[in-house]
Design a protein around this ligand. Structure first.
Ligand SMILES: [Zn+2]
Length: 161
């Protein structure tokens, strides 16, 4: 049996900004409005539930909140992006420009890029860690995360548990 959460309808959303290496529009600092759809495949428990939806929404919202209103920085190689950590700021050189951004405004994500593919993999990895918590969730066969970045663009990944 499959249960699905529609991110837009369930409020599983976040807004953040990023700078993508290269030329053109995406090379400037720009925002995205993300929403997260989640599909869970599992078996009925003794309460006739596949998943506790309140708990599921809570963990997805917690992950969303780590991104909310932040500027994302990924682990691009030094040839592409150079970061100098100062006491209160990150000095970031990318695309021939230099940004001085307060640390509090940055989410330095352990991700090889900020492409929607890598962000989807990262988000699903964070969710997988929570779904393995057997005190909070029943055993799940697999789940899928679809992460939209707006403009009709999204990544989707299926994770077997
Ligand atoms: Zn972008």
């Amino acid at each position: 049996m499959i249960v699905e959460l529609n991110g837009k309808e369930a409020g599983l959303t976040f807004e953040c900004m990023h700078i993508v290496p290269g030329k053109g529009d995406c090379s400037r600092i720009h925002p995205h409005f993300h929403y997260v759809d989640v599909l869970i495949d599992g078996e009925f428990d003794d309460k006739r539930r596949i998943v506790h939806l309140y708990n599921l929404k809570a963990v997805i919202k917690r992950i969303c909140s780590t991104f909310e209103d932040k500027i994302l920085i990924a682990d691009y190689p030094e040839s592409v992006q150079r970061i100098v950590m100062e006491e209160l700021h990150y000095r970031i050189e990318i695309n021939g420009k230099m940004y001085l951004i307060p640390k509090a405004d940055i989410f330095k994500i352990e991700c090889p890029s900020l492409n929607i593919e890598d962000l989807t993999v990262y988000f699903a990895g964070e969710l997988a860690a929570d779904l393995k918590n057997r005190e909070m969730f029943n055993p799940i066969n697999y789940f899928e995360v679809t992460l939209s970045e707006g403009h009709g663009q999204r990544g989707r990944i299926k994770i077997e548990l």
